[in-house]
Design a binder for this molecule. Structure first.
Ligand code: OSB
Ligand code: MG
Length: 369
């Protein structure tokens, strides 16, 4: 147990190496909330996975900032003693807002672990020291551009290619990549852009030997996904639809998917992410760690999570260079075999580089008890 004395909130902005287009929009820069908490004995860092607009989820940077500044932060500072694990209950009076909650939960846990000198990976029961990395490839202007990007990522060593798809930029694109690379682990992510009316698209994708189809249908749906899964061979994976371990349990019971993309920020932090992992592991479902174009802070958290035993599929934990000309932390690099080392220092094992953090800060506010 510890006392949180001070919370420093920042909005940071970083250019992306290239625009990232999905079925829900196009991102040209990364902007996110980063918090630093000061507890008795240690500091802790947390990165919020919300984005500039409420397009992937209903949360966005301003809503996360306000949730932390108006409700979660003051409550945390008011508690005489907290543990990171107790925050689920402490924050229970705020409905939803898992991304905002995750930011503080992860930061307080980071501080706790730094104080006792234990790495997050070790705390979570890591089963491995290196993580197999895939890469998520945005929708491109042309098919040739996509082929060139995929070639370059495979040359880098990425062990799984995930193609973003949307109605009209799907079958032909995916078939071309499959023709170029018959043996590559290949998946697609629709970010909720289709309906059951599009069954023909998924039937056709069935012939391309995909590892999975990620979140084809509505972002809050389970029932329609179960209907789709019953009619195709390819494994469905849910991302947006899984907001908690209860959602994961419901999805399993309904047969809405056979794989789960675990994003700790989407489900309220690493404790709930661990619970999602546990539900899936018990049911024999493989999971993998998704990404939200995180800076090095969020990436370090994700790598520790991906070290847990149930994370048996390649993860969206790509190198800093895939996202940013310059990261907030020392860059994360891909080793020659397409893996990345899990940080083994105390807590998440990294901190932002002070000059980089200052240079990227767009807005700053300090909350004190
Ligand atoms: O759906 O997995 C997604 C990025 C932002 C929002 C949603 C998604 C993604 C990605 C990129 O696919 C994953 C990464 O961080 O590399
Ligand atoms: Mg996804």
């Amino acid at each position: 147990m510890t006392r949180v004395r001070r919370i420093e909130l920042r909005l940071v902005g970083l250019p992306l190496v290239r625009p990232f287009r999905t079925s829900f929009g196009i991102a040209t820069r990364k902007e996110c909330v980063v918090v630093r908490v000061e507890t008795d004995g240690a500091e802790g860092w947390g990165e919020c996975v919300a984005d500039i607009e409420p397009d992937f989820s209903s949360e966005w940077n301003q809503s996360a900032w306000s949730a932390i500044q108006m409700f979660l932060g003051p409550t945390l500072l008011h508690e005489p003693e907290v543990s990171a694990e107790s925050l689920h209950d402490v924050f229970g009076f705020v409905r939803g807002n898992p991304m905002a909650k995750a930011t503080l939960v992860n930061a307080v846990l980071d501080a706790e672990l730094r104080r006792r000198g234990e790495s997050l990976a070790s705390y979570l029961g890591a089963a491995r020291e290196t993580i197999v990395c895939g890469v998520s490839v945005g929708i491109t202007e042309t098919a040739d551009e996509l082929r060139a990007q995929v070639d370059a990522y495979l040359a880098d060593g990425y062990r799984r290619i995930k193609l973003k798809i949307a109605p009209g930029v799907d079958l032909d694109r995916v078939a071309a990549i499959r023709a170029d690379h018959p043996d590559v682990l290949l998946s697609v992510d629709a970010n909720a852009a289709y309906t059951l009316e599009d069954l023909d698209v998924f039937r056709a994708l069935d012939d391309l030997g995909l590892l999975m189809v990620e979140q084809p249908l509505h972002h809050e749906d389970l029932v329609q996904h179960a209907k789709l899964q019953a009619q195709i061979r390819t494994d469905l994976c849910l991302d947006e639809s899984i907001r908690s371990s209860a959602d994961a349990a419901a999805a399993l019971e309904l047969g809405a998917c056979r794989i789960v993309n675990v994003k700790q920020g989407r489900v309220g932090g690493v404790f709930e992410a661990r619970a999602v992992h546990d539900v899936c592991l018990r049911a024999g479902l493989p999971v993998w760690c998704g990404g939200m174009l995180e800076t090095g802070i969020g990436r370090a958290t994700n790598l520790a999570l991906a070290a847990m035993p149930g994370f048996t599929l390649p993860n969206d934990t790509s190198a800093s260079a895939r996202y940013f000309p310059e990261d907030l932390t020392e860059p994360f690099v891909l080793d020659g075999d397409g893996t990345m080392r899990v940080p083994d220092g105390p807590g998440i094992g990294v901190v932002p580089l002070p000059e980089r953090l200052e240079a990227c800060t767009l807005r700053r506010e300090v909350l004190e008890a």
